[in-house]
Design a protein around this ligand. Structure first.
Ligand code: 13P
Length: 252
């Protein structure tokens, strides 16, 4: 099964529109080949139009970091998939651990947001991952299984192929502590095995599973060479055009 590598930057609450434009102008010429991997940046919703404009004429996908499930409505502070799409966004992160832990997102919300994102024609990046406490208590696989059951509820076999799943152990995010290659591969193989029971095995074999958590140019190669790691979701190291391009250029 050939799975096209997927490398995405998650800018979190960094970079204004002007900073996004400057980044993208510097980043584009640094990428050696746009054909080896699909490359995306999830920017602040406010920077979306400017980022989309700066990416025009390239294969760089631009998207958002969250979406509501409704098209519109009385949901103060939220943005919809329709709005992301109208601004030129093509991808959206759903269920990031910061959304789950700091803003109370549940697996039920993830499932609704996922369905809406697919309806709007966005490429969803659904995040799962255990906390340090979960891992220390030996609950990693239980937590992942529950997140997959709840967050992907109602998803069809066909739609599973159209999403990207990101395994991001919470203890490795922004801490500089990367999961070892073995820990990451073990969890991602578990996820694929679990998906092959929850969905048809072919769809589970086709879905791209990426790793996130302190991915840097110097550890990305080892992670990306694992059989069940099809790419990376990069936080801190995606904020500099040089380090993000270095990671993208490792693929292939
Ligand atoms: P860091 O790469 O900064 O650890 O962030 C990972 C992440 O949360 C990407 O979504």
């Amino acid at each position: 099964m050939i799975r096209k590598p997927f490398i995405a930057g998650n800018w979190k609450m960094y970079k204004t529109g002007a900073e996004a434009r400057e980044f993208i102008e510097r980043f584009r010429p640094l990428v050696k080949s746009w054909d080896r991997a699909q490359v995306a940046l999830a920017v602040s919703a406010l920077s979306l139009p400017e980022a989309v404009k700066a990416a025009e004429g390239s294969q760089l996908l631009i998207g958002a970091q969250n979406t509501h499930w409704a098209t519109e409505g009385a949901f103060t502070g939220e943005i919809s998939g329709a709005m992301i799409k109208a601004a030129g966004g093509q991808v959206v992160i759903i269920g990031h651990s910061e959304r789950r832990l700091l803003f109370g997102e549940t697996d039920g919300w993830v499932a609704k947001k996922l369905a809406a994102a697919l309806d709007f024609g966005l490429l969803p990046i659904v995040c799962v991952g255990e906390t340090l406490q979960d891992r220390d208590m030996g609950r990693t696989f239980n937590v992942l299984a529950n997140q997959l059951t709840g967050g992907l509820a109602g998803l069809s076999d066909q739609a599973l192929r159209d999403i990207v799943l990101a395994y991001e152990p919470v203890w490795a995010i922004g801490t500089g502590v990367t999961a070892t290659v073995e820990q990451a591969q073990e969890a991602q193989a578990f996820i694929r095995g679990r998906l092959s029971r929850q969905f048809n095995p072919e769809a589970a074999g086709a879905v791209r599973l990426v790793y996130g958590g302190s991915v840097k140019p110097d550890n990305a190669q080892a992670l990306l060479s694992q059989p069940d790691i099809d790419g990376a979701l990069v936080g801190g190291a995606s904020l500099s055009p040089d380090s993000f391009a270095e990671i993208v250029n490792l693929v292939g």
